[in-house]
Design a protein around this ligand. Structure first.
Ligand code: GDP
Ligand code: MG
Length: 199
């Protein structure tokens, strides 16, 4: 599916969040898990900055998504700062910039959280906390295993099973920003979740 993405704004505090013009999809995960790469792969364009140095994104970047021929944006994407980068490892999620929690709690147009975990990294405590938090928040969310191309078929299956068990999730969708594997499935999921909300 072809979409047109446009950068809207960066926010470092709540009052800078853009107006709610369309249902919003937020990308969450540890620093370096591949959030920006996945976002770029979904829109087929290098719109979000990626980096091999973790901890670079310190603000929320918002993008409008529209399909050719449609009169206006149908979605907003929010690329959130990663967690788990700060050296002090206790309660890492609470070290998230202070606006992330308000964002997740209060952001009215937020329709779907896309929670990313790395397919080739063993289960992490901060990912577990994130998923638990999402579960308790009642926000709709889907969990993605990124960098699937780094594992062979068998390794990937084993890793998915281990992560699903550790985090108590039923279905982890494998994704590779490098090959595009999982892209169509994720787009289908996104449109299904926001279909009833679109302007
Ligand atoms: N092999 C592989 N590498 C990836 C993939 N997605 C991201 N990366 C790499 O992982 C690093 C972090 O990616 P980035 O998207 O900036 O992560 P973010 O910090 O979560 O936004 C970069 O070096 C990317 O090239 C993927 O699907 N496959
Ligand atoms: Mg990023």
């Amino acid at each position: 599916m072809r979409v047109i993405a446009k950068f809207v704004t960066s926010a470092t505090e709540v009052r800078q969040f853009p107006d709610a013009s369309a249902p919003e999809v937020a990308f969450l995960g540890r620093s370096n898990v591949g959030k920006s790469s996945l976002l770029n792969s979904l829109v087929g364009e290098k719109i979000a900055r990626t980096s091999s140095t973790p901890g670079r994104t310190r603000m929320i970047n918002f993008f409008e998504i529209r399909r050719p021929g449609k009169p206006g944006p149908e979605l907003l994407f929010a690329d959130l700062p990663g967690y788990g980068y700060a050296k002090a490892s206790r309660a890492e999620i609470s070290e998230w910039p202070k606006f992330i929690e308000p964002y997740l709690h209060e952001r009215a147009p937020l329709a779907l959280c896309i929670s990313l975990i790395d397919a080739h990294v063993p289960p992490q405590e901060n990912d577990k906390q994130m998923i638990e938090w999402l579960r308790q928040s009642g926000r709709p969310f889907v969990t993605i295993a990124t960098k699937a191309d780094r594992l062979s078929g068998n390794e990937l299956r084993n890793s998915l099973r281990r992560l699903e068990e550790a985090h108590g999730i039923e279905h982890l969708l494998p994704y590779s920003a490098r090959t595009g594997a999982g892209r169509d499935d994720l787009w289908r999921h996104i449109w299904e979740k926001v279909a009833h909300l679109r302007p």
